[in-house]
Design a protein around this ligand. Structure first.
Ligand SMILES: [Zn+2]
Length: 160
């Protein structure tokens, strides 16, 4: 693994030394730091039995679900509302938790939520190239097979 970037103690700035899979101890003040997953919201945005997927060419050639990091101080519901507003410029309601997925490669804990909008969606964000509405079955095929979005949409299609 090449992602062992040097970490520093948030208390004293000392160098952290890995002491177990999820623990680092500070070489200066001996404080133990725990490695934890970063929370991310992944969003199934619905309207008239269709779900909204977006394209972000800097991330992937495939369609993806709207998603974004939880900012410190936000609830996951806040994150869902904010991310949809930022990425496709519409307000949502009926925000409901669906299920979560752990994305090993980036150590992300992805909380999938479903929500609805009555508004028109539009792109007003340079990180998003386009959007498209799909029925759920077609959405499963539009995202990259094996991706977290694929697992999520498949689960939603089977059980949603
Ligand atoms: Zn320290």
């Amino acid at each position: 693994m090449q992602d062992e970037t040097t970490k520093y103690c948030t208390d004293c700035g000392g160098k952290l030394v890995k002491s177990s899979e999820v623990e680092y101890s500070c070489s200066n003040c001996e404080l133990i730091h725990y490695e934890s997953a970063k929370p991310v919201a992944m969003i199934i945005l619905r309207k008239d039995d269709q779900v909204c997927l977006i394209k972000q060419s800097y991330v992937s050639e495939y369609y993806v679900l709207i998603a974004g990091y939880n900012d410190l101080g936000e609830t996951m519901e806040n994150t869902v509302y904010r991310e949809v507003l930022e990425e496709v410029s519409c307000r949502v309601s009926n925000i409901e938790y669906f299920r979560s997925y752990f994305y090993e490669k980036k150590k992300l804990l992805m909380f999938c939520y479903v929500c609805d909008t009555e508004e028109e969606v539009s792109i007003n964000n340079e990180e998003v190239d386009s959007y498209k509405w799909f029925n759920v079955k077609d959405a499963v095929s539009a995202v990259r097979e094996g991706s977290t979005a694929h697992k999520c949409l498949l689960d939603y299609f089977m059980n949603g």
